[in-house]
Design a protein around this ligand. Structure first.
Ligand SMILES: Nc1ncnc2c1ncn2[C@@H]1O[C@H](COP(=O)(O)OP(=O)(O)OP(=O)(O)O)[C@@H](O)[C@H]1O
Ligand SMILES: [Mg+2]
Length: 247
């Protein structure tokens, strides 16, 4: 269970503290999935950093039951360009000082599952955007996290590749019984993948609405009437919020 209670966050801007997130409260049940959506600059990445412990709130608290192993996919993937696909995927396991044979077995399995077989000696710069995103997903999964944080993991992909990778994330979420938290700009992606959807206002990000979306995770959900109904709710809620304040 992830419990976010009355969280506020400010960033200093030219010596003035400017609010970025205001009074954020929500919960994510164990093995749930949560999508965070809102205009550019509203604080989605900051919220993901708070959830993953990379930032601390100015007030309020975030309580995560147990001490879970977390995997994170950063915005723009965060792959190391000077490391091969194999080395990028195995990085977390090397840091955990796992045996070479263990790393080889785990990375080989992930390469197969992600359809990256034969590319292990390539460098990220030699791969398409979709392949880089699969490498990032494989790297995040390598340490078998209990919670997976993803910051726009499928941005800038063509529509069909994006749907294929959405299905892949769905398979991973269900097969490995993890808690998945996904930041996205796409209404359809939020509804397809998020059992709970947090809709943020433009900066400073406040919660406009929490949409419970139990259909997420069903393979044919995209074709259902309820899917379009849920997309409509998000669209209505986000209307008027698109001019996110920048800087
Ligand atoms: N380290 C920082 N110091 C000061 N301001 C920051 C810092 N990081 C982010 N900000 C500001 O905080 C606000 C929220 O940034 P954040 O990256 O969380 O937004 P976002 O919703 O992820 O945007 P996008 O959709 O474009 O990725 C922005 O206005 C940004 O300029
Ligand atoms: Mg962001």
């Amino acid at each position: 269970m992830i419990n976010v209670r009355s969280v506020n966050l400010c960033f200093d801007h030219q010596t003035v503290a400017r609010p970025v997130l205001q009074d954020i409260s929500f919960q994510i049940p164990p093995y749930g999935s949560c999508a965070i959506i809102g205009p550019s600059g509203c604080g989605k990445t900051s919220l993901l950093f708070l959830l993953s412990g990379l930032l601390q709130p100015d007030s309020g608290e975030i309580v995560i039951a147990g001490t879970p192993n977390c995997g994170t996919i950063l915005q723009n993937f965060g792959l190391f360009p000077w490391k091969t696909v194999y080395q990028n995927i195995g990085l977390g396991l090397v840091l955990q000082r796992k045996k070479k044979s263990f790393i080889q077995e785990r990375v080989t399995r992930l390469l197969r599952e992600m359809g990256l077989g034969g590319f292990e000696e390539h460098y990220p710069g030699q791969l398409s955007g979709g392949m880089q995103q699969r490498v990032a997903l494989a790297r995040a999964l390598a340490t078998e996290p209990e919670i997976l944080f993803m910051d726009e993991p499928l941005s800038s992909l063509d529509a069909l590749t994006r749907e294929r990778l959405q299905n892949l994330i769905l398979d991973v979420w269900q097969a490995k019984r993890i808690t998945a938290v996904l930041v996205t700009h796409s209404i359809e992606e939020a509804v397809f993948l998020g059992r709970r959807i947090i809709v943020l206002s433009k900066r400073p990000g406040r919660i406009l609405r929490i949409v419970d979306n139990p259909g997420a995770g069903e393979p044919d959900y995209r074709q259902s009437e309820y899917f379009f109904h849920q997309c409509g709710i998000l669209r209505e809620t986000l209307k008027g919020e698109e001019n996110g304040q920048q800087t």
